[in-house]
Ligand binder design. Structure first.
Ligand SMILES: Nc1nc2c(ncn2[C@@H]2O[C@H](COP(=O)(O)OP(=O)(O)OP(=O)(O)O)[C@@H](O)[C@H]2O)c(=O)[nH]1
Ligand SMILES: [Mg+2]
Length: 288
């Protein structure tokens, strides 16, 4: 009881703008603490796309524009589990640092490697906490477009896929199904050759794959500040597409399901029984 009360005090301090408290609470959530936070999801954007296409740079310039408009932005930067991620993460932070003007921007990085069971158990609570504390726009950045990134961005209520002028990467994304989930597909580095080609082929593949498609397809150059205000207008005015929303909810459900399974106290026992042939898969599921 006392614990709960002391968290309440921390939460109210974080809500008043105390960043140190906010950081501490996020750490608590990450370590598995259940905080009693009102569910209050505001505007959550999931950003994903192949490595190096300019996601962090783009997020940085978007943040600058949003801050000018009076928004308060929190970024959860989620690194891949690769050994290289430590350095890349630092780079990200430095690139975003120019936009980090005090009160209006909060950046937190998360390492997936610390959470073999996935980020699901706490990502949702982190979003709730940030929303409750008055961060009007929450951005989740992940690298890549595989199944685990899809799972992560599915916790956002709008998804932006960023690609570069090189077509190779997006084909991977198509395979993983991220294109179906994306509300907006942005071809960044429009200052480079081939951006038009890349944009056209994305438009084409959307035409082929979807029936009534309203996916926003845009070009930006984050280094020249081209297309940024247009992109922001599109994202701010995005209408929730029911089919994509259901796909997102499905991914969240799968995450929750996986977490239930992997955190089952008799998992080890069940695995041993499966190995010895004492039970079959159906019986294992029954037990779980
Ligand atoms: N020409 C050009 N280069 C850009 C643009 N945006 C970003 N870059 C450059 O692309 C490189 C990668 O940018 P990042 O913002 O780190 O890309 P990222 O997608 O966040 O990379 P990861 O997080 O490592 O996947 C940097 O050298 C940027 O300066 C752009 O619009 N045009
Ligand atoms: Mg990045």
């Amino acid at each position: 009881m006392e614990m709960v009360l002391s968290f309440e005090k921390n939460i109210s301090l974080a809500k008043q703008g105390n960043r140190r408290e906010l950081a501490r609470l996020l750490t608590l959530i990450e370590s598995g603490e259940k905080l009693n936070i009102e569910e209050s999801k505001s505007w959550v954007l999931g950003v994903t796309g192949p490595p190096g296409v300019g996601k962090s740079t783009l997020i940085g310039v978007m943040i600058e524009e949003w801050v000018r408009r009076g928004e308060k932005i929190a970024v959860l930067a989620i690194d891949p589990s690769s050994p290289k991620s430590g350095g890349a993460l630092l780079g990200d932070r430095m690139r975003m640092a120019s936009a980090d003007n005090g009160e209006s921007v909060f950046i937190r990085s998360l390492a997936t490697r610390n959470h073999p069971g996935g980020l699901m158990p706490f990502l949702d609570s982190m979003i709730d906490l940030l929303s409750y504390c008055g961060w009007t726009k929450i951005i989740i950045e992940t690298v890549g477009s595989g199944q685990s990134e899809i799972r992560i961005v599915a916790f956002a209520n709008r998804i932006m896929l960023v690609d570069g002028p090189d077509r190779g990467d997006i084909i991977q994304a198509e395979k993983a199904g991220i294109i179906e989930l994306a509300d907006a597909i942005v071809i960044n580095k429009s200052d480079l050759p081939n951006a038009d080609n890349a944009t056209n082929s994305i438009r084409k593949s959307l035409e082929y794959s979807n029936k009534n498609n309203d996916t926003v397809v845009m070009q930006t150059s984050s280094i020249n500040n081209d297309g940024i205000t247009e992109l922001i207008e599109e994202l701010d005015n995005l209408r929730v597409n029911k089919e994509r929303n259901i796909l997102r909810i499905k991914e969240r459900l799968i995450s929750a399901w996986d977490h239930k399974l992997l955190s089952n106290p008799s998992l080890d026992e069940i695995l041993l029984d499966l190995q010895s042939g004492a039970i079959n898969l159906d019986e294992a599921l029954e037990n779980i």
